[in-house]
Design a binder for this molecule. Structure first.
Ligand SMILES: *Cc1c(COP(=O)(O)O)cnc(C)c1O
Length: 418
């Protein structure tokens, strides 16, 4: 059988692990160890030479196990399995999504450089750029999903820092409104401003990956995840991941070694377990979300449903949606008539949906972006990007969709009666 031709879901149970390493155990054990015993001093020397880049790895030479801040079997197997979904050369796993985002930015940006990012963006990423990178004298510019390539190029040129543009960081679909940013358009912008050094295009694919979107295939250099979300999928672990070419990942892993923000073996093991069911979970979530979006779209108390599956075929973003995404996903935002009061009444009334932030898990979640995940965003900006007081974000889980609809229905009825 041609293993390379097999789909990722067929390989998630065994890829990269050999039962002979562990007494025939069918599952990879948790390598709960801080350090690894070298067979000889010569071997230890060789491992360090490769790990610290003192010499290149020989063609058949493997990176040896040294110390769990550098590498650990649970992490390496996890990284190899994640690579299959995005068809990436290399992967690095972190102890949180934010560790992945911040380490990537710190790996490629220096004082005086310019960073361009899409808006809206995850609150933690926004905070890191505004409050930390700016202190390091890293300049930033932001653009909106409805801006054209020409407008964005003009924006960069008008900034006076065009020759220092080093990274374009985008999040698509944007949280919480599902606005789409065109990845290949951003790749063209990155190319336009790349001279001796490539302007890195990094995509936070947490909302759609790694099943429904593969940004590397649309011209991105790096794809990032909060693995806390769909990859973990059970609301019981915090982790992050970055994927891309070996050249870029060498840099990212180098900094990870010295910041020490890699994930531990227990996190690696939990994520290996999660990856086995990634596809069935995400497919069920998207199936449920499509049913729920249809129901919400006709409800008289709801003035707007933000969901990729409801984008009309004549809309400007429709071709980008079709090109970039294999499914409409499982994140829905709704605008309830009656502002914060009605939204809170609705949230307090939900029973099967849990009132919590985060997303992508087996259980369905609901939250209020304006006062919760996006409370730190400037109020004027919140208005501009559509985070109004009646907006509620739903993450759809794997429960029966009819039970979820019944829950939404009874909560909306309570709003109507108040
Ligand atoms: C949750 C999230 C993050 C941050 O990930 P953590 O695992 O919470 O650190 C970054 N980007 C997006 C889109 C997220 O949803």
């Amino acid at each position: 059988m041609n293993k390379k031709a097999m789909r990722p879901e067929s390989r998630m149970m065994s890829y990269g692990y050999n039962p002979a390493w562990s007494e025939g155990a069918i599952k990879c054990p948790i390598f709960q160890t801080s350090t690894f015993v070298f067979r000889s001093a010569e071997e230890g020397k060789a491992f360090f030479e490769v790990a610290y880049g003192i010499r290149d790895r020989a063609p058949e030479e493997k990176t040896g196990l040294i110390y769990s801040r550098l590498n650990n079997p649970d992490l390496e197997i996890l990284e190899n399995r994640l690579r299959l979904w995005d068809q990436a050369e290399e992967c690095a796993v972190f102890n949180s999504g934010m560790a992945a985002m911040s380490t990537v930015m710190l790996s490629f940006l220096q004082p005086g450089d310019l960073l361009l990012f899409s808006n809206p963006i995850y609150g933690g990423t926004d905070h890191f750029i505004h409050h930390f990178l700016s202190k390091m004298d890293i300049k930033y510019l932001t653009f909106f999903p409805d801006q054209s390539k020409e407008e964005i190029i003009q924006l960069i040129e008008d900034s006076g820092y065009a020759d220092r543009l080093k990274m374009i960081f985008i999040e698509t679909p944007a949280n919480p409104t599902n606005d789409i940013v065109d990845i290949s358009m951003c790749a063209q912008i990155s190319k336009y401003f790349s001279h001796e050094e490539k302007v890195i295009l990094a995509v936070d694919n947490t909302y759609m990956g790694p099943l429904w979107s593969h940004p590397l295939q649309h011209g991105a250099d790096l794809v990032l995840y909060s693995a806390t979300k769909y990859i973990g999928g059970h609301s019981d672990v915090i982790a992050g991941a970055v994927l891309g070419s070996s050249d870029y990942l060498r840099k990212v892993k180098g900094l990870r070694t010295f910041l020490g923000n890699m994930a531990g073996p227990w996190t690696g093991w939990l994520l290996l377990r999660s990856l086995e069911t990634l596809k069935v979970r995400m497919e069920q979530q998207s199936y449920n979300a499509q049913k729920i979006a249809q129901y919400l779209d006709t409800h008289p108390l709801i003035s707007k449903v933000h969901y990729l599956g409801l984008i009309p075929s004549e809309a400007k973003e429709y071709p980008v949606y079709k090109r970039q995404y294999r499914a409409p996903g499982a994140m829905i935002s709704i605008v309830i008539d009656g502002g914060e009061k009605a939204a809170f009444r609705f949230l307090n009334q939900l029973q099967l949906f849990k009132l919590a932030v985060s997303l992508g898990s087996t259980e369905s979640l609901a939250q209020h972006p304006a006062t919760m995940t996006h409370v730190d965003v400037d109020p004027q900006m919140r208005q501009k990007i559509g985070i109004c007081s009646g907006l509620v974000r739903l993450s759809i889980g794997i429960e029966h969709y009819e039970d979820l609809i019944e829950d939404l229905n009874q909560a909306l009825q309570a709003v109507a009666l108040s």
